[in-house]
Design a protein around this ligand. Structure first.
Ligand code: SF4
Length: 66
């Protein structure tokens, strides 16, 4: 079973809070479009990704179990 990082782009307002926490996973491009660079939750990124989930002001980030 893997866990995937998902962003609801309908909710995201591109404020970059998540990128400030873990830029290896979340990247805002020049057009303020957010890209998820790593979709897989790993032992390396998990703590910071969960922090981003907590701190996203739009609650746009979620972790899905597959
Ligand atoms: S913190 Fe949330 S609202 Fe801000 S860019 Fe990331 S996903 Fe979008």
């Amino acid at each position: 079973m893997s866990q995937k990082i998902e962003v609801d782009f309908g909710l995201c307002e591109s404020n970059g809070v998540c990128m400030g926490i873990i830029p290896e996973v979340f990247d805002l491009d020049d057009q303020d479009y957010l890209h998820v660079l790593q979709e897989e939750l790993t032992p390396q990124n998990e703590a910071a990704v969960r922090e981003a989930v907590r701190q996203c002001p739009r609650q746009a980030i979620s972790i899905s179990e597959e």
